[in-house]
Write a protein that binds this ligand. Structure first.
Ligand code: DX5
Ligand code: ZN
Length: 223
């Protein structure tokens, strides 16, 4: 199975989000990845539900909303109402992760859990049967354009193995520092959803960059 490409609009021109999304979709984007940051959990502030609602009106593909916020239980409902199709929440901020996952599902969205680079895979062991996807951060969250942390490849393999042991076919997503130099590596490790921000929106032709990543992921999946 080949990987889906989820362009992260964090690296797009916020004055022309609709055009950026259309360009990524023309290149074959399977999802649009939306990075929500609150200035507390991560040192940056980005997008709220109002912007997601506007994006929902123009996007043709599902919206993958990544909540890098201190209190996702409080705001997930607003993002679901705004049109999120997938919502992922960081395990580092959730003491009642099992309840939070059930809550996301009750909102009618696909429920994902996210692991920071320093968070061990064991943190999701008790909920792994319940999740719709797992997002492995391959940079420390907060900014686009950072360097891929090589150890993330092993982490993807460990998360895939954990899901498999639980009989859960949910995909593993990766986010941070992905480009043409490392996409094959992570797809071979078991990634099925690839987030890419700067590699797409800082490229001279974001549609071509999306397509190139998709082609690279496809070849890697066939190996
Ligand atoms: C980082 C965000 C990422 C980011 C990825 O906190 O979660 O989604 O936009 O950007 P690149 O692909 O440039 O690392
Ligand atoms: Zn993200």
């Amino acid at each position: 199975m080949t990987a889906r490409i989820a362009p992260s609009i964090l690296s797009a021109d916020f004055a022309s989000l609709g055009a950026a999304i259309a360009t990524a979709e023309r290149g074959g984007a399977d999802l649009i990845h939306i990075d929500v940051m609150d200035g507390h959990f991560v040192p940056n502030i980005t997008i709220g539900p109002l912007v997601v609602k506007s994006i929902k009106r123009v996007a043709k593909v599902p919206l993958d909303v990544h909540l890098m916020i201190t209190d996702p239980d409080k705001y997930a409902g607003a993002f679901a109402d705004a049109g999120a199709d997938m919502i992922s929440v960081h395990v580092e901020v959730l003491p009642h992760l099992h309840r939070s996952i059930a809550y996301l599902k009750s909102l009618g969205v696909q429920a994902g859990v996210v692991l920071n680079p320093s968070t061990p895979v064991v943190a999701i062991e008790e909920v792994v049967a319940d999740v719709d996807f797992v997002l492995v951060m391959s940079v420390n969250p907060g900014f686009g354009g950072q360097k891929f942390i090589p150890r993330s490849e092993q982490k993807v393999r460990a998360v895939r193995a954990l899901l498999d042991r639980a009989g859960n076919k949910a995909p593993v997503e990766i986010d941070g520092g992905i480009d043409l130099s490392n996409i094959a590596l992570v797809v071979e490790a078991g990634v099925e959803i690839v987030v890419a921000g700067s590699a797409i929106f800082h490229a001279p032709d974001p549609a071509a960059a999306t397509k190139a990543l998709k082609d690279a992921a496809r070849s890697a999946a066939l190996r």
